[in-house]
Design a protein around this ligand. Structure first.
Ligand code: SF4
Ligand code: SF4
Length: 425
């Protein structure tokens, strides 16, 4: 890493020694998981570089933005209305943690029996090895699962953490509550950025977020082809980078990659043989740099053709109407996303089952892997209903629970291979 970057990290008060150890593990993992794949689309070069520069060039950009007066906000959930951040020309960064490296530190202040996504995120802050956590002006948390909700109180001791009350149901009163929460966040953002959110500015923010959603939806549609033109691992990496990259540049790059993928589809070219077993993954989000499940599946002869997760279809669900004329109307439109994103934190949540069955059909999946991070109660409990619905529809389903460690890799691989054999027979 260049001296310029080291100086930048020092100024961000990062623990340089620990950070070196953390970064040192990534090139090996990246090479093993991504660079060994055959026939990757040329357009992946941009995303490989975005990952390589995630702690370097992208941080330089963000710090330059801060110097120019741009607000930087960290988020933890796809319900955080990024449109409000974009409306004040702010920078939005998704900070869920996906690395085992920081879990032990997270466990110093959080119970061990909490999901690794939360412990990893907390550990990144306590270890001071995440330049994004060091650069943010404030965090936007939400009341989704109990683990996250209570974590904000501790995280607030280290970084100012604003909490939105996300309803757990989707009735009229819940929509009204959420609309009020969006109005309150709007005031907070105006106060922090020193900029008023006008209808014109919010319209631009909505368009920017929608354009990114449209590009990701296009990418996911390309994966429905057989042979599939891009691996699940590469698609997952792109979704993970959506939380960090400049949204306009990211959208342009995803669309350009989609041009390439659509050409591949027209030529019948893919990254796996036509007829390779096709798997849909559903469940908890997979934050950067968590690639374990995808790597295991795709080195066992199958391809992942979609993810019904918040690093998958739930991220781009709920396109916001663009014809709101006043801020009041626009906030109502933003609030309506509540009904379109079917997270296990809601009850009842039968629309998620419908989403999964639709995706199985669209992506022509041969089977579903229901993946739950260890100690995730919402997705763990909801697994039974989803499993039963899939069985009733005649769709093979495998339920897996795991964490960020490598300890269960052999066991997972055995179960995945047995599942794929069962599908093939
Ligand atoms: S899984 Fe639920 S709580 Fe987590 S990011 Fe998605 S919507 Fe938010
Ligand atoms: S994975 Fe589950 S437990 Fe973890 S933050 Fe998301 S909803 Fe909460």
């Amino acid at each position: 890493m260049s001296d310029t970057y080291r100086e930048m990290w020092r100024e961000l008060n990062m623990d340089l020694e620990k950070h070196d150890v953390f970064l040192g593990t990534l090139p090996v993992a990246f090479g093993e998981v991504f660079l060994r794949q055959e026939n990757r689309p040329a357009g992946m070069a941009y995303f490989d570089n975005a990952l390589a520069e995630a702690h370097g060039g992208r941080i330089q950009e963000i710090l330059a933005g801060k110097k120019a007066g741009r607000m930087v906000a960290g988020t933890f959930c796809v319900f955080a209305p990024e449109e409000l951040i974009f409306a004040v020309d702010g920078i939005s960064i998704g900070l869920c943690g996906g690395a085992q490296f920081t879990v032990p530190t997270g466990e110093q202040v959080l119970p061990r029996n909490l999901c690794p996504l939360i412990k990893s995120a907390m550990g990144f802050k306590l270890d001071r090895i995440c330049p994004y956590f060091q650069a943010v002006d404030f965090l936007i948390g939400e009341t989704t699962c109990d683990g996250k909700k209570k974590t904000w109180e501790i995280l607030n001791e280290y970084v100012p953490t604003y909490v939105m009350e996300l309803p757990q149901k989707k009735g009229t009163a819940d929509l009204t509550l959420w609309e009020g929460e969006i109005h309150r966040l709007k005031e907070e953002i105006e106060h922090r950025s020193g900029r008023e959110i006008t209808a014109d500015r919010l319209a631009s923010g909505i368009k920017m977020a929608n354009a990114r959603r449209d590009a990701l939806a296009r990418l996911y549609r390309a994966r429905w082809a057989d042979p599939v033109p891009i691996s699940g691992k590469d698609a997952l990496l792109i979704s993970q980078l959506a939380f960090f990259d400049d949204p306009e540049r990211f959208t342009a790059q995803v669309n350009s990659l989609c041009d390439e993928l659509e050409d591949r589809i027209a030529r019948g070219e893919g990254v796996a043989r036509k007829g390779a077993p096709r798997i849909l993954v559903t469940g908890t989000p997979m934050a950067l740099p968590y690639w374990k499940l995808h790597h295991l599946v795709e080195t066992s002869g199958a391809v992942i053709v979609g993810e019904e997760t918040c690093t998958g279809t739930r991220y781009f669900a709920g396109r916001v109407a663009e014809d709101g004329r006043t801020v009041e109307e626009q906030v109502k439109d933003l609030a309506r996303r509540l009904t379109a994103i079917n997270c296990a934190c809601f009850t009842p949540n039968k629309e998620r089952v419908e989403d999964i069955l639709r995706l199985v059909r669209d992506a022509r999946a041969d089977g579903v892997i229901y993946f739950s991070l260890q100690f995730c109660q919402p997705f763990g409990v909801e697994g039974r209903l989803v499993e039963r619905a899939l069985q009733e529809a005649g769709v093979p389903v495998l339920r897996l629970e795991s964490d960020y460690s490598e300890e269960d890799v052999a066991q997972l691989k055995t179960r995945i291979e047995a599942f794929l054999e069962m599908i093939a027979s």
